[in-house]
Design a binder for this molecule. Structure first.
Ligand SMILES: Nc1nc2c(ncn2[C@@H]2O[C@H](COP(=O)(O)OP(=O)(O)OP(=O)(O)O)[C@@H](O)[C@H]2O)c(=O)[nH]1
Ligand SMILES: [Mg+2]
Length: 206
């Protein structure tokens, strides 16, 4: 989908006071450190190094905003929304102070951002819905904010493992209600990209 391919780096935010004016719908990518958030954004936007992916957990420390835009009939670029790459949680080796900073920054953003229409919760398909994921789900108890469980690294599972991970995530989504959904994804094999695009496009349409 062209809209996602239009993504361009917009701003990095280190504190809540630095957030851009809340004007357009925002979709955040959250998840445990190293789950594959930045990689999923790069696959979705078809850009190799838009979001900074790394083997080192805890790499993304800021809220990174990417602007999505379309061209109008006059050829002018019109912003339509933002993708937001969030720093990962649950990194055991993170110092206490860093964790407190995460809670304040990401927690504050997720809890209060009026234009946040949905959160993609990126989880390693081999260990979905861990305690830290559940803590986030409980935290985003807001009917206006959709949730999509992206079970990534599906290339690391066999078919029966994939089925059971997806079943579990779909049951969890069903327990939350119609604002929640789940899918398998592999950045490596480019699997599940269409499904992710159509879910997020639906959120942006409102
Ligand atoms: N096999 C496989 N590896 C993946 C996939 N997606 C991401 N990875 C790898 O997982 C590691 C972490 O990916 P990132 O996208 O940097 O993870 P992140 O969630 O952004 O991590 P933080 O920014 O530290 O929170 C990298 O080594 C990626 O190459 C996938 O679909 N399959
Ligand atoms: Mg990252």
């Amino acid at each position: 989908m062209q809209l996602f391919h239009s993504a361009r780096f917009f701003i990095s935010v280190a504190e809540l006071a630095g957030l851009p004016a809340a004007a357009l719908p925002e979709i955040a990518f959250a998840g445990r450190s190293n789950a594959g958030k930045s990689t999923a954004i790069n696959v979705l936007t078809q850009q190799k190094r838009l979001a900074f992916a790394s083997k080192t957990p805890g790499r993304t420390q800021l809220l990174n905003f990417f602007e999505l835009s379309e061209r109008d009939e006059h050829g002018q670029t019109v912003p339509r929304g933002y993708l937001v790459d969030l720093p990962g949680y649950g990194y055991a080796k993170a110092p206490e102070g860093q964790r407190a900073q995460w809670d304040a920054l990401v927690g504050g953003y997720v809890a209060h951002r009026q234009t946040l229409v949905g959160i993609v919760i990126v989880m390693d398909a081999r260990r979905p819905l861990m305690a830290a994921d559940e803590a986030l789900i409980a935290f985003v108890d807001r009917p206006s904010c959709a949730l999509h469980f992206l079970l990534t690294k599906a290339d690391q599972l066999n078919n029966s493992e994939k089925r059971s991970a997806l079943d579990r995530a779909r049951q969890r989504a069903a327990a939350i209600g119609p604002r929640a959904s789940a899918q398998l994804f592999s950045a490596l094999k480019r699997q599940g990209v269409d499904e992710l695009e159509s879910t997020l496009a639906g959120w942006l349409r409102g």
